[in-house]
Structure formats: C-alpha cells, structure tokens
Design a protein around this ligand. Structure first.
Ligand SMILES: NC(=O)c1ccc[n+]([C@@H]2O[C@H](COP(=O)([O-])OP(=O)(O)OC[C@H]3O[C@@H](n4cnc5c(N)ncnc54)[C@H](O)[C@@H]3O)[C@@H](O)[C@H]2O)c1
Length: 302
C-alpha cells in the first residue's frame, strides 16, 4: 500500500529522532531510503510514479530476503526495516517535517530545479537539502531553494544497499554546518562519507574511474590488447571486481558514453573524449547486458 496504510501513518513519523525524506524511488532512491531505514531512521519515500514506488519496495524486499536466507539478517529485522520506509506520492506529506531531504529523481537539470524550488517552500527551514546527482553540482540547484547554505550533493553509488561510499560535495554557498550534518547523516545511515571540498565535475570516484577506463579504451583503440585481456589484466592485476569493459556492459554503454561526453564537454579536456570503438558500439545499439550484446554477448537467460 502506498498511501494510507498503518505503517505510513503520521504517528510513526514522530517517533524517530531524525526524519528523512527521499524523493525519487528509482534504482537509487528506493535503496537509499531502505539503507537509512535499516539503520533506524524513519524515511518517507516519494515518487511521482506509483508503479516505481511499488517496484522499488518490491525490489528492496527481495534484496533483504536474500540477506535473511544467507543468515545475515533476521526475519524481524527485515520486517522492521521495510516498515520504516513510508511510501507516498505526496511531496508535501513526505517533506513537511523532514530534517533532511535526499533528491534522487531523473538526471534532468530543469526537473531538479523545479523540485528544489518546491522543496524550499515545503520542507522546514532547518532541513538539509541534498542531491544524489552524479553530474549536476549543487550550485545549479541550491539558489532556487532559497536556502543555498543548507544544500549540498550527497552522491551515493549503485547499488546503495551494497556500496559503502557517499561523496559529500560542498557547493560554493554550502555552510560548514551543512557539511557536518551531511557527513553525520551518511554515517548514521551506515555509510562512509568523504568530503569533496570544492564542487568539481565527476567528483572524485568518477574522475578516477573515467581516467582509468579511458586508458583501457585507448589501449583497445591502439590494438595493444583485446577486450578480454585488458579486463583480465585489470581484474587480476589491480583486483577490480570487474574490468572496464565488463563494467561498461553492466552499466550500459550508452550511459558510459554519455558520462564521457559530459566530462569532455564540461572540462574541454581531450583525455575525456569518448573512444571511437565505444562510439561505434553505441551507434550499433550494442549497449551491454540490457541489449544482449556489448563488448561481450549475453544469451537470453544465460
Ligand atoms: N543509477 C546510478 O548508477 C546512479 C549512481 C549515483 C547517482 N545517480 C543519480 O541518482 C539520480 C537518480 O538516478 P536513478 O538511476 O535512480 O534514476 P531512475 O530513472 O531509476 O529513477 C528516477 C526516479 O525519479 C522519479 N521522478 C522523476 N521526476 C520526479 C519528480 N519530479 N518527483 C519525484 N520523483 C520523480 C521517476 O519516476 C523515477 O522513479 C540521478 O540524479 C543520477 O544521476 C545514479
């Protein structure tokens, strides 16, 4: 049930010492909300799509069910963790008494600006407003909220129920108090935060990842080694869980391509220019696992 079920009643909300709202229940938002709830926070999860809310909650349940089967969590912990996530389609309801709001909606600047303006009106004046965006720095969103000092990026990694890192990024107007609150919130959610002191495209992890994977593409384009051998070199020699090409297939080569193009356009740095072989894959519609073929082939059901 999305609205009006017993768990989502306002009473449950006031028991929590810290109230969190997560806006957007897609791949990231649903799990960010669940991660916080597993650590005892009462969380309201809002999305404009009822189906996305249902899907997100269902997927969280399956994820946690596996933990119970593996003996990493009890049935009671599973139920308590799920019950602390209160889904709703109503943004005002989700944010009206929030101490912090984490935005995880589509990666679209205009949509995020409209949302931040609304959050500025709806959330209590003291509330922290954080964006999980991978590419939109908080300086582009904070001004419309009317409280730029209380805004920052909190960049989680996919899948948030597994990945421990959160990059907290201080925008030009973010106050020191807000930075400390965001770091504390990430820790309270059982995550390890790092502070990016100055807003910069790609933050830390994606900049390093892009550079390393760009080098892999350059080696491929220059005919130095095969896709398989470069992946094996990185997996066995650097102990990455997946080589750059396997990772690209997993993420989606269109996503990988767009991320490079974004970095190339925003920095003007030639080192980020997308590789010709990556461009060719995207043009051919070979986007990785989701299309059954990318750098590798993925037979249906295989
Ligand atoms: N997917 C990743 O690997 C990843 C990693 C880190 C950060 N991010 C960032 O997280 C954000 C979300 O990414 P995602 O992959 O979860 O996207 P997604 O497409 O899976 O989910 C986006 C959700 O936002 C909802 N939505 C759209 N407009 C809305 C609005 N105005 N109000 C409320 N809900 C709205 C959609 O219905 C959808 O459920 C993006 O900013 C992205 O850059 C993504």
């Amino acid at each position: 049930m999305i609205e009006g079920d017993a768990a989502a009643g306002p009473g449950s909300r006031h028991r929590a010492p810290f109230r969190l709202a997560v806006v957007g229940a897609g791949s990231m938002g649903a799990q960010i909300a669940q991660q916080a709830a597993l650590h005892g926070l009462e969380v309201w999860l809002q999305d404009v799509s009822h189906e996305q809310l249902e899907r997100g909650l269902g997927s969280n349940r399956s994820h946690l069910r596996r933990r119970v089967e593996q003996g990493r969590m009890t049935e009671a912990e599973l139920e308590a963790g799920l019950a602390r996530v209160h889904p709703t389609g109503d943004l005002a309801r989700a944010t009206e008494d929030a101490d912090a709001v984490i935005e995880a909606i589509v990666e679209d600047l205009e949509a995020k600006r409209i949302l931040f303006a609304e959050l500025g009106r709806l959330a209590p004046a003291h509330a922290l407003l954080a964006s999980n965006s991978s590419t939109i720095g908080i300086s582009k969103l904070a001004p419309v909220s009317g409280r730029p000092d209380r805004c920052c990026n909190m960049h989680f990694f996919y899948p948030p129920l597994v990945m421990e890192l959160v990059e907290v990024v201080k925008g030009p107007e973010t106050s020191e108090e807000t930075v400390q609150r965001a770091l504390a919130l990430a820790r309270e959610m059982g995550r390890t935060p790092i502070l990016v002191r100055r807003e910069i495209d790609g933050f830390i992890v994606n900049r390093i990842l892009h550079m390393a994977t760009q080098e892999a593409y350059r080696l491929l384009d220059a005919g130095v080694a095969s896709v398989e051998d470069i992946d094996t070199a990185v997996e066995k020699g650097l102990r990455w869980p997946m080589g750059p090409f396997r990772l690209g297939d997993f993420t989606g080569l269109d996503v990988t391509y767009r991320a490079r193009l974004h970095m190339y356009r925003t920095t003007g740095d030639e080192r980020y220019r997308p590789s010709p072989s990556l461009e060719a894959k995207v043009r051919a519609g070979e986007l990785g696992r989701k299309t059954g073929k990318g750098w590798y082939e993925y037979p249906e059901g295989g």
